[in-house]
Design a protein around this ligand. Sequence first.
Ligand SMILES: NC(=O)c1ccc[n+]([C@@H]2O[C@H](COP(=O)([O-])OP(=O)(O)OC[C@H]3O[C@@H](n4cnc5c(N)ncnc54)[C@H](OP(=O)(O)O)[C@@H]3O)[C@@H](O)[C@H]2O)c1
Length: 332
Amino acid sequence: MKSVVLPSYNKNIIRAMLGLKVQDIDPPVPKVDEVVIKIHASPVNPSDIAFIQGTYNIVKPLPAVPGFEASGEVVDAYKNTSDLIGKKVSCFVQNDDFGTWSEYVVANVDDIIILKDEMNMDQAACFTVNPFTAYGLFNIAVLRETKAIIQNAAGSQVAALIRKMALLNDVDVINIVRKQETADKLVSEGVKHVLVDTDENFESQLKDICTSLNPGVAFDAVGGKLAGLMFNALSDDSELVVYGGLSGKSIDGIDVMDVIFRDKIISGFNLIDWKNEMDIEEFNNISEELQDRFIDGTYSTAICGNTSLENVVKGLRAYISDMSKGKLLIVP
Ligand SMILES: NC(=O)c1ccc[n+]([C@@H]2O[C@H](COP(=O)([O-])OP(=O)(O)OC[C@H]3O[C@@H](n4cnc5c(N)ncnc54)[C@H](OP(=O)(O)O)[C@@H]3O)[C@@H](O)[C@H]2O)c1
């Protein structure tokens, strides 16, 4: 089968991408509890970019096939899972031997979601990670009963889903992006509170809007100085939830007095831990609810285009130059 193969990690993203090759590798043979999925499409996520740079928390032995998420159809299975053959699925696979930027992938049954028939397979390619992440993060705001949240990297697909959830729950969102063009795009879509962190008045704008809206939760995917500013701008008894490290920088400038005297905390969110903390029935209920929302069009992931396995380098270059445009799908 054809797969994208990464021969070596490289912190320089351009060099890491240029090293990618398409190769024929041995097709997967399912072991106990495993299925083989013929891939419909696999997205490019920030975690994939960090993976090929060797800076993600998953480091596979090389050469490795990148890609952690996909949609497709089960075409083969071990005998204890053979009833799944023919099912349409989304999968999240962090397997050393296979990745989803490929024609086929092998997945453990615990790492697949069986899809409703009406699920669009392009949307399903991006279903196992971001919608559940947005759900888990937004639930923190629900539990804290806050009426406003702050989020950075607000042009991302996770942020777009959080905005949708907030709208349905009457929660205000203070959106922070790094480029004016992303802010303009969000405003043209009707998004209300959008700040650009490179604006010279950004800090005072953030303070002013937080004084008026009293956000009780902030979602940070960036780190660095921005995360510190978001923390300091939160109201009393609040939480900064760190779920990404896009800037590659440590969080900076946290006001110590806020931590000691204003009941403000910092926490981390990791989708896999969140999933492992709940029983399968609870997870399946959330999955059903999210699928229904995708099927009726309430939620969606913006997709900026497709690329073949052979054109992956060209596609990746386009994705990293404008990540807020939407997901690039790799279609074998
Ligand atoms: N913890 C978890 O379990 C978990 C699960 C899923 C996702 N995540 C994280 O969630 C974040 C969003 O993922 P996604 O798939 O929704 O992203 P995405 O749709 O691919 O978009 C990436 C976004 O990040 C922005 N960005 C990139 N580098 C940045 C930087 N240095 N500073 C500020 N903004 C930057 C991009 O803005 P430009 O257009 O300006 O480049 C773009 O809006 C990522 O950090 C991802 O790793 C975490």
